[in-house]
Design a protein around this ligand. Structure first.
Ligand code: HEM
Length: 354
């Protein structure tokens, strides 16, 4: 008997039932020189493909999964919120000094995947879990965009951005640990997260099943909305500078940014006051808009901004308690998502369907 590979698809012509299109299975089958009349092996007998190899095999059908727009949107939304969670879980590792909570990788301790009842180890381990979930989510976002029907090539491009960003973040995270949380690296790590959040927010917006064009608004109003988003970005950047020159900027002994903490914190707070004014004026301007989405999103931005400013001032006057700083990081992330969504509400170009 000679063992050989026989492509099942070649057997279609003689198989009793046609195979499904999309079956790519190649089966290991036997080709034999077998005299069936005498039931003995015969080297002179004409080689035959065994009869069972010509049957459609049960395992041969590989179903290609397809996602509908709702299912893909759920994937994109999950990736966005996991990226938001990792900003806070990463910050909590720094704020609680849990960077070396686990001494081994991928196990937390040698021989133990899960930490013992140690607070720092659990904080570090929790961040590792979120990192794993984020990595899976962004890879699924790419794969899902290819399996989505109808296919939208823009979704694949934007989801590749997430994979690239997360890969860079993993490398930057390692550099952050090696440099004992050097403030410029911590700042870069945080700001790149905000770029990733922007990417994920755009992806989630484009993936909405009922994605229709945004509201068309007059040019000056659109500029006003963009100004609020740009100012929010500036506030986030200055916030990381405040952190980089303060007590939570890195390891105890690592050199801080050469900036006077109180002054840079006051400048950060001062820009926020201007931003708040600009947003209140924006709220008055959208009061009479006929469609609700822009007005609703301005309301969300204003609400989160007021809360965030209140947390900012409270933490400044209470010597930066770790818990409040953690809320401040979460607030900055949510505010950034809301500001990007506000801009997207006025984008009027539709999705390209490939
Ligand atoms: C729109 C509102 C605000 C946003 C988006 C914002 C954003 C940020 C961000 C992103 C950070 C860096 C967090 C980190 O790297 O861990 C930060 C830090 C900080 N912010 Fe704000 N902030 C806002 C309002 C305020 C206000 C009104 C104050 C009051 C002075 C303030 C005081 C601070 C202080 C003191 C820090 C340093 C905290 C630390 O030690 O880590 N923030 N902010």
């Amino acid at each position: 008997m000679i063992l050989g590979f026989v492509s099942i698809t070649k057997a279609v012509t003689v198989a009793p039932k046609p195979l499904r299109v999309g079956s790519t299975v190649v089966a290991l089958c036997s080709i034999e020189r077998h005299d069936t009349a005498r039931n003995v092996f015969s080297p002179n007998h004409k080689p035959q493909i065994r009869r069972e190899c010509l049957q459609p095999p049960n395992f041969a059908i590989v179903r290609i999964v397809r996602l509908n727009p709702q299912q893909y949107h759920l994937l994109a939304r999950t990736a966005l919120w996991l990226l938001a969670v990792i900003v806070v879980s990463g910050a909590s590792v720094r704020l609680t000094g849990s960077g070396l909570g686990c001494s081994d990788w991928p196990n937390c301790e040698p021989g133990h995947l899960i930490p013992e009842a140690d607070f720092h180890a659990w904080v570090e381990f929790g961040n590792r879990i979120v990192t794993g979930l984020v990595s899976i989510a962004v890879v699924l976002a790419v794969l899902g965009s290819m399996l989505r029907r109808p296919l939208v090539t823009k979704l694949t491009k934007w989801s590749w951005g997430l994979v690239a960003g997360v890969a860079i973040q993993i490398a930057l995270g390692a550099i952050t640990v090696i440099t004992h949380l050097s403030p410029p690296i911590v700042m870069g790590h945080f700001l790149l997260s905000m770029v990733l959040i922007w990417n994920a927010t755009v992806l989630e917006h484009m993936a909405r099943p009922n994605n229709t064009c945004g509201t068309s608004v007059v040019k000056s109003l659109r500029l006003h909305i963009c100004l609020v988003a740009v100012m929010t970005a500036i506030v986030v950047v200055t916030g990381t500078m405040v952190t980089g020159s303060g007590p939570h900027g890195g390891d105890e002994n690592v050199e801080r940014l050469a900036l006077p903490f109180s002054e840079i914190a006051r400048s950060h707070g001062g820009i926020v006051v201007v931003l708040l004014l600009a947003t209140v004026i924006l709220r008055l301007r959208v009061q009479n808009l006929r469609t609700g989405s822009v007005k609703h999103r301005v309301n969300v931005v204003l609400f989160v901004m007021i809360l965030q400013a209140a947390i900012g001032y409270t933490q400044y006057f209470t010597e930066l308690p770790v818990l409040l700083v953690g809320f401040h990081v979460a607030g900055a992330t949510v505010l950034w998502i809301s500001a990007v969504r506000l801009v997207l509400a006025t984008v009027t170009s539709p999705l390209e369907v490939a």
